[in-house]
Design a protein around this ligand. Sequence first.
Ligand code: AMP
Length: 427
Amino acid sequence: MRLASVRGMRDILPAETGLWQGVEGAIRELFGRYAYREIRPPVVELAELFARGVGAETDIVHKEMYVFPDRKGQMLALRPEATASVVRAYVEHAMHAGSDLVKLYYLGPMFRYEKPQMGRQRQFHQYGVEAIGSLDPALDAEVADLAAQLVADLGLDRARLRFRVNTIGCAADREGYRGVLLSHLGPRAVGLCSDCRRRLEQNPLRVLDCKVPSCREIVCEAPSSADHVCSACAEHFEGFKGHMEALGLSYEQDATLVRGLDYYTRTVFELASEELGAQDALLGGGRYDDLVALLGGPETPAVGFAGGMERLVMLLHREDREEPELDWYVIPVTDDPEVVRWTSQILAAMRRAGLAADRAYVRKALRKSLQVAARKAKGAVFVGPEEIASGAAKARDLAAGVERVVSLAALVDPDAVRGQLAAEEAS
Ligand code: AMP
């Protein structure tokens, strides 16, 4: 059997990692600007955390989670999302004691046993924020604004992105809405898919985000959760929408938006892009005012979002420019041990001076070595017995195509060398 990566889990190859690093850098810089600090929870957690936090009846936990016993029989899970982990860490480390509002962000791989397709993998990467400690609807809008700013910072076309927002109310509202929804969906159950008929009994809200077309038709007509929330939740929703408008964030209200995780309360939102096809959600989030207490902490309201890196990278679909990343590529011109030793020493001196440098380890014709160098570096350096005898080396500016003998000391300052080469070419 030929060994290959596991279905739905792919390699991110060097041609793409430049773009990934750029996006990760933009995320870290922006989240820092909004006063979020990074947290790195483990990839493996107790399975119980997600059953309790995300909901045992959600698709994510019920159907998609990778669960396995460790050697002592303890049931563990590869995390399918990070909010439950972050809140577990918040409670475990009593973070509420240090500050009234704790703002955290994360980046990392998540795992869900879903059917792989465009924009949906079994190992994917999420970036996300969690603001824990305030019920202020301005914070919900700040979180949405952060999402919009990320899109703007990355140079994506805002006009092709839409915020969908909804409110699903507090736990008591949801209990009431569940009954309203059941009386609407119950008589129409025959038209629902088999999964939704099961959901109807366990958690009818989950029917609202089913993607099966026949279910969608039935769901379109269903009563809206926003019409069945208490006055405090309705006021919160109005407040959130007001702050969105104040920040210039346009949105549409979507009565069927409920999100696939049970911990949400009140505000839910998604940022969707027409360019992503069927899996059009770039990111999604909302409030989870009961989760901290559910995981053993004090009653603490919170709001956050998570987005998929793969979908963001897909939207950016910029080809990696394959720009030479190294300052120097050093080429020993013979196998002479003295030459090889000098090559290693020059290379080490360059790296210690803070330059990015590499060397040819495979001996090739000079022309071939130069082609390799041109793909990797801005300049090439040749080391041979003559150069060693004179304490110098031949340096070539690969873009300008000019070369000259320079002192070994000068090689650790390639800008100066290249400046000289350029000046010579011009004269
Ligand atoms: P969720 O945690 O389900 O609210 O998803 C938040 C975001 O993560 C989505 O909007 C997607 O961008 C991304 N996402 C979720 N599941 C996957 C997946 N299987 N593959 C790729 N991205 C995903």
